[in-house]
Ligand binder design. Structure first.
Ligand code: SF4
Ligand code: SF4
Ligand code: SF4
Length: 702
């Protein structure tokens, strides 16, 4: 280790004082960090150690590469430089600290290349700070504010980072001047013409003064960091590393539901440790608020506030959770934000029930979050508590629950009538054709809703045209339970799921079964059996959630199946048959939930040479129709209507047809078209209806 040219502490007394302050700062940092970890340890356990390769890969991409924040170019770049500047400056800091002990950082301490890199980051971070200050102080985008605390915290952190940068530059400047250029750094050399005119002992004095100020600022930052919103700097790398690698579309299973005392989350500590870590990791960037259909239409739901609400409730109740005797609560017994009342309850405290009911579970918030925060499971966890522990839910869903339970569908209609839509279409029941290759899962909307029965008819027509050996379950099919689960009635979902799994397994559709329910072929191999459905909600819950109860099926959305039929030339369509200008709405439950974006577009493009005129928000940025998460069954009493907002976006494209791929979307959009009085301008059609019309005109099958 090369000793510094000038001792920054001026002798052993200064060094001893430094050591004492340093240890005190470490202790304060450790106390707060220990408390945060202790709170996580009290939460529900959850295993997030699978997919180690992916975790490491994504850590590099999202944490080190900052790919999440870079989706927003300007603030993204500023964050990128601040993040890397933060890391590089730590090495510079270590070097300064070692100076107190008459040493320096091996390899880097007196390395001019490192000095250049360090100073480049000093400048870049300074530029980033200017941008952040303009954004926070002048532009003030709405998404940066929070109802749980004011903007002061953000400015304190900006001020501290600025002080760190400025004092570092001054340390370099005065050290260079005091050492006659022996301690070379670009910033030192830059300041030399001014500082070299000052007497050497004055330069030494100011070098030491700024060294102390720099060190004290950094230590102050260290103490303040875990107590501030910038806690995310510490938590984000862990949060990204422990992100979810299971099916995006699957809500967590409430295990042993018959024997439990709790049925959801009403207190922060009932979340899993990962759900709580989300709160620590939130950067408060507000990106989630900007894409939320509820927030965008005046509902009292802001996904950022959900995440922060969980954190605030957790921290304000830390004494209760950790116990008064805990070393952490004895020293750390104040809530972080004075504005939050002590012992803030979660639901109806930091989070309102109106916010919870406004969510469409569209997952736009999770998709855009740069630090892999999972909002939807939290919202549903709290809904579960409201529904199953308190029976507190919008009264209009009472009949939904009752009907699903009694009739196996959301209406007061006997399930015996489930196959009536197919009368005269010669669609066999699975009971009549148990060896069918394909089961068409019609779903409640396709079976009973008059508008969506037309979609079911179109799907059947396509399957017949392609000579697919298929059947439907008819009265043996029961609601998948998806709306019940999203609304929070996990009990009802499990009942429905078990019943359907029993039926499907009875016909041998479980992909784990030997020979998959079919007699083996001459080569002894099992025949492949598929379930197709036109409902993204059925598709998601059967495909991603039924495995939680032992039902593993090959489920395909009808748009994907049609795309495959076309690719395999089992279905030929008259190219360019439908040249109307069309736009396509990506349903959340096949798009963001299951990454199906290309197949529906490919299918539509076969018929339409002009392709698709995309809406402003499409693919993974698609804006929900407003019907998911059980919202289609609830009244929309607050703000603008989500469906009309989306219809207005569709109208901006001047398309004549809004192509859809979800029965709930169709219902919501047809209402929306009426609501904005655009019936003359725009038709809403399922992709299968467009295809079926082409088949009627000309069918070419092999
Ligand atoms: S899932 Fe959709 S509606 Fe719910 S909070 Fe997220 S963005 Fe908003
Ligand atoms: S939850 Fe994610 S997107 Fe929303 S404010 Fe926090 S970090 Fe930003
Ligand atoms: S109904 Fe369609 S757009 Fe609406 S939430 Fe479901 S999939 Fe999304």
């Amino acid at each position: 280790m090369t000793p510094p040219v000038i001792s920054p502490t001026g002798g052993w007394i200064g060094t001893a004082i430094f050591v004492l302050i340093f240890l005190a700062a470490l202790a304060l940092f450790g106390l707060r960090s220990g408390k945060l970890v202790a709170l996580l340890a009290k939460a529900r356990p959850e295993d997030r150690t699978d997919h180690l390769d992916d975790r490491i890969g994504d850590f590099f991409l999202i944490v080190l590469g900052q790919s999440g924040v870079l989706r927003d170019p300007l603030p993204g770049l500023a964050h990128f430089f601040t993040f890397w500047g933060f890391i590089v400056i730590q090495f510079g800091l270590l070097n300064l600290i070692l100076g107190a002990f008459n040493g320096s950082l091996p390899l880097l301490g007196d390395n001019p290349t490192f000095a250049i890199i360090l100073d480049a980051f000093v400048i870049l971070v300074l530029l980033a700070l200017i941008l952040f200050t303009i954004r926070r102080g002048i532009v003030r985008p709405k998404q940066l504010s929070s109802s749980l605390h004011g903007p002061l915290d953000g400015f304190i952190i900006l001020g501290l980072i600025l002080l760190v940068i400025v004092t570092l530059a001054l340390v370099e400047g005065f050290e260079y001047a005091a050492s006659n250029g022996a301690a070379w750094t670009p910033i030192g050399a830059f300041m030399a013409p001014v500082l070299s005119t000052v007497r050497p002992e004055v330069n030494v004095f100011w070098y030491r003064a700024f060294w102390w100020l720099h060190i004290l600022t950094v230590l102050g930052f260290l103490v303040y960091l875990p107590r501030s919103k910038h806690l995310h700097l510490m938590a984000t790398p862990f949060n990204v590393f422990f992100r979810n690698y299971n099916s995006k579309g699957a809500l967590p299973l409430l295990e042993n539901i018959e024997e439990r005392d709790d049925y959801g989350v009403s207190k922060a500590e009932q979340f899993t440790w990962k759900e709580l870590l989300d709160g620590y990791a939130c950067t408060e960037c507000g990106r989630c608020n900007t894409v939320c259909p509820a927030a965008n239409t005046g509902k009292p739901l802001f996904p950022k506030e959900i995440v922060l609400g969980v954190k605030e409730s957790l921290l304000s109740r830390s004494q209760e959770i950790l116990g008064e005797k805990s070393v952490f609560t004895r020293f750390e017994d104040k809530p972080v934000q004075d504005e939050v009342p002590e012992h803030a309850p979660l639901i109806r405290g930091t989070i309102s029930t109106e916010a919870l009911w406004a969510c469409t579970t569209c997952m736009a918030c999770m998709e855009i979050c740069p630090v892999s925060i999972e909002h939807v499971p939290k919202i549903v966890d709290m809904r579960r508590s409201l529904v199953m522990e308190e029976s507190d839910f919008p009264q209009e869903v009472t009949s939904l629950f009752n009907n699903i339970e009694r009739n196996g569908n959301p209406w007061e209609i006997s399930n015996d009538k489930r196959a009536e839509w197919a009368a005269g279409l010669e669609v066999p029941l699975l009971a009549e054709n148990p060896d069918a290759d394909v089961l068409y899962w019609v779903g409640c909307m396709g079976s009973f809703d008059r508008r969506n029965q037309q979609v079911a008819t179109s799907v059947a027509k396509i399957l017949k045209a392609a000579k697919v050996n298929f059947a439907i379950l008819g009265p043996e099919e029961s609601c998948t339970g998806d709306p019940a689960r999203r609304i929070g009635n996990e009990y009802l979902w499990q009942m429905q799921a078990q019943q359907n799994i029993e039926t499907l397994n009875g016909y041998g559709f479980n992909s784990g079964d030997t020979h998959n329910g079919h007699a083996p072929g001459s080569n002894g191999a099992a025949k492949h059996r598929t379930i197709i459905t036109a409902c993204p909600h059925c598709f998601n819950t059967i495909g991603n959630e039924y495995p939680q109860l032992g039902g593993n099926y090959d489920v395909v959305h009808h748009t994907v199946f049609i795309d495959k039929l076309l690719a395999e030339e089992k279905l030929a369509l008259p190219q360019g048959f439908d040249e109307r200008k069309l736009t396509y709405h990506d349903p959340c439950y096949i798009g963001r939930y299951n990454d199906i974006y290309d197949e529906p577009r490919r299918v539509l493009t076969v018929l339409n040479n002009n392709g698709i005129t995309e809406m402003r928000r499409h693919r993974n940025k698609s804006f929900c129709c407003g019907g998911g998460g059980g919202r289609v069954w609830m009244e929309e009493k607050i703000g603008k209507r989500v469906n009309q907002t989306r219809i207005n976006e569709a109208l901006e494209t001047d398309a004549e047809v809004l192509a859809a791929a979800c029965p709930f979307c169709i219902t919501m959009f047809e209402d929306g078209v009426k609501g904005v009085e655009a019936e003359e301008k725009m038709k809403v059609e399922d992709i299968s209806e467009i295809i079926a019309r082409a088949i009627d005109a000309k069918v070419e099958t092999r």
